[in-house]
Design a protein around this ligand. Structure first.
Ligand code: 13P
Length: 250
């Protein structure tokens, strides 16, 4: 059994002053019974990794290029993120799929690059409201999972986050039945492709307006192995109750 995972995505938020929140999170969790990961803006990785060297808090990035280095102005290669202290990288977040046209093919190439650099790939997928209303949610998710995961994916190197686009930053969350349906579907797809040993071992996170007051209900849903938290991961005050709820759900 893999440990549950509470992951935060700071998105384009945070300056060095925000490192105080990381220190507070690390100080309150000396030996957590679950994995805790904060995916920070790349500008903070080096200082955060120095600050957290003695802690169990892991840090990650939010995107990488499919090539390790080269003439790609403004981009960052996975080996550079690892060198700065990241152990994981979010890939295929819906904000990047929407704003930068990232396809599942591109996400797969990035995931392969992340694995080659020794990073855990935290691969995001999820349907839009229009897709859900058209009864296409499971079809969309199937395509995203099957195409975005490279063959280098294992339960140790890859985490899947189901983030319905309509629940991100909206205060809306998918209800437990909707989450159970999608996570059960993802589990079946993973087991079909990776087998009955590995399929059940992949960690499946839910993301989309996870807050202290709804975390316990979400973590009670079958096949939910943790959360990918946006806004509520920015402060220790909001994030720590979610970490506690996940620990309590074990
Ligand atoms: P919110 O928790 O702010 O809805 O963001 C979710 C998300 O996009 C995490 O990647």
């Amino acid at each position: 059994m893999q440990r549950k995972l509470a992951a935060g995505n700071w998105k384009m938020n945070g300056t060095r002053a925000s490192l105080a929140e990381l220190e507070k999170i690390a100080a309150s969790r000396k030996a957590p019974a679950i994995d805790v990961l904060l995916c920070l803006p790349a500008t903070l990785l080096s200082s955060a990794s120095a600050l957290l060297a003695e802690s169990h808090l892991m840090i990650g990035a939010q995107d990488c290029h499919a090539e390790p280095s080269g003439a790609f102005t403004g981009d960052l290669g996975a080996p550079m993120l690892a060198d700065a202290g990241a152990t994981a990288v979010i890939l295929g977040h819906s904000e990047r799929r929407a704003a930068y046209g990232e396809t599942s093919d591109a996400v797969r190439d990035k995931a392969r690059a992340a694995h080659a650099a020794g990073l855990t790939a935290l691969i995001c997928l999820g349907e839009t409201l229009a897709e859900r209303e058209a009864q296409r949610a499971l079809d969309i998710i199937t395509e995203q999972l099957e195409t975005s995961l490279p063959d280098t994916a294992t339960p140790e190197t890859t985490v899947i986050a189901y983030e319905p686009v309509w629940a991100i930053g909206t205060g809306l969350t998918a209800d437990p039945d909707q989450i159970a349906e999608v996570h059960g579907h993802l589990r079946r797809l993973l087991t079909r492709r990776f087998g009955t040993e590995q399929g059940p071992a992949f960690r499946l996170l839910y993301g989309g307006s996870v807050k202290p007051d709804n975390a316990a209900a979400i973590f009670a849903v079958p096949d939910v192995d943790g959360a990918l938290v946006g806004g509520a991961s920015l402060t220790a005050a909001a994030f720590l109750p979610i970490v506690t709820a996940l620990e309590d759900s074990r």
